[in-house]
Design a protein around this ligand. Structure first.
Ligand SMILES: [Fe+2]
Length: 387
């Protein structure tokens, strides 16, 4: 009874670990260690199915004595008797496990059926090579995904009902964990493709905005790069999930002026002073941009950067007059990056500021136009020659 209780504990612990391991090789080692330790066997191993290569790859956990697998026997194919025993429909035996000591009586039973008899003879040879006493398969639907082989118990005893129960449950858990790992891998690959696709689309869109603003060529790309640089110097604790935030910031910075699509080029490219009504129109671009992005619900946080990148720390910015910490961090970063690029690039009517003068201007506007957190990050990045 005591033993049974232990198994349950080990099983639940292993199952928990298994879900976290997404690498099948690591998973195999972890499971075999559990088997060798908890069953008290000399060694254990498993064959893991590689669907692409249509072969089974062996992983072994040697106990103290160790099991040497001969070179060339670390992979087996579908034709191997160990695999065939569980896949062959003519072998009508219990297929939850196979005790090697039962093969003899099976041979007796199938002595008139030559193919099966030969298969069982092959099975005897194979199991003796792997020094296996017990074989436990693990199926996913009709696919044989994993085959455990277990050596002798160190204390010389036989496998009992609990051992067999433990192993059959473990093998089905392993199958689930492997399926889980595969699914996880597929999803990750798909996500990476989608991410790249999205970024390419956003970059194309950003270029379209830049072209409309004839004098700010390359502006959005630079604002994106400055924003990402600034982010590296923002204290980690200010950002919940760094990787997500970085991606959002990248997209938001590229799209920060997307609202300018709705503003006449004659105003955007006007070299003289803007009339008050023209200024009003230009100042609509953050709201327009946020409206453009609104239908994309995944862009909710990204649009915060678009909507509030012209807010000022002291509350005198537009479109909402937000101040201090009420301005989303993503927008405060873009705001500094945007201003720095505007200051340092040439315009038809004026030459761009020197980098050193630009930083002075940014520092002078700490707590006024810009968030102190971002200005500090800016100074640090600048001192490190990253801007
Ligand atoms: Fe803007």
């Amino acid at each position: 009874m005591e033993q049974k209780k232990d198994y349950r504990l080990y099983l639940s612990q292993t199952a928990k670990q298994m879900i976290l391991v997404h690498d099948p090789n690591l998973l195999s080692k972890l499971v075999l260690r559990t088997v060798t330790r908890n069953l008290g066997v000399k060694h254990s191993g498993l064959f893991l199915y590689n669907k692409n290569k249509k072969e089974y790859v062996i992983t072994v956990s040697s106990g103290k004595k160790g099991l040497k697998i001969p070179v060339g026997f670390t992979k087996i194919t579908n034709n191997n008797p160990i695999i065939q025993f569980f896949l062959n429909k003519d072998v009508k035996e219990n297929k939850e496990y196979l005790l090697v000591s039962d093969i003899k009586s099976l041979k007796e039973k199938y002595k008139d059926n030559e193919p099966i008899y030969n298969l069982l003879t092959g099975l005897e040879d194979e199991t003796s090579m792997y020094k296996a006493q017990l074989i436990v398969p693990g199926f996913f639907r009709k696919e044989l995904m994993v085959v455990f082989f277990i050596g002798n118990k160190t204390d010389g005893s036989f496998f009992n009902k609990e051992d067999l129960e433990f192993l059959t449950i473990l093998s089905s858990d392993v199958v689930m964990a492997i399926q889980n790992a595969k699914l996880f891998d597929d999803i990750k690959k798909q996500l990476d493709i989608n991410k790249q696709l999205l970024l390419n689309t956003v970059e194309t869109l950003a270029t379209a905005i830049d072209i409309k603003n004839s004098y700010t060529h390359g502006h959005t790309e630079r604002v994106m790069k400055y924003s990402i640089t600034l982010l590296k110097y923002i204290p980690q604790e200010k950002i919940k999930e760094y990787e997500d935030f970085e991606n959002m910031l990248r997209i938001s910075a590229l799209l920060h002026d997307i609202g300018k699509i709705g503003i006449p080029e004659s105003i955007l490219n006007k070299s003289g002073k803007l009339l008050p009504e023209e200024i009003k129109l230009v100042e609509k671009h953050p709201t327009l941009g946020a409206e453009i992005l609104e239908p994309i619900k995944e862009f909710k946080d990204i649009s915060l950067g678009v909507k509030y990148h012209h807010e000022r720390y002291d509350g005198t910015g537009y479109p909402c007059g937000l101040s201090g910490e009420n301005i989303p961090l993503i927008a405060t970063i873009i705001s500094v990056a945007d201003a720095y690029d505007a200051m340092t690039s040439d315009r038809p009517y004026r030459k761009g500021l020197d980098r050193k003068d630009a930083i002075k201007e940014i520092v002078a506007n700490k707590n006024r136009q810009f968030s102190p957190l971002v200005v500090d990050a800016f100074v640090e990045a600048f001192d490190n020659n990253e801007l």
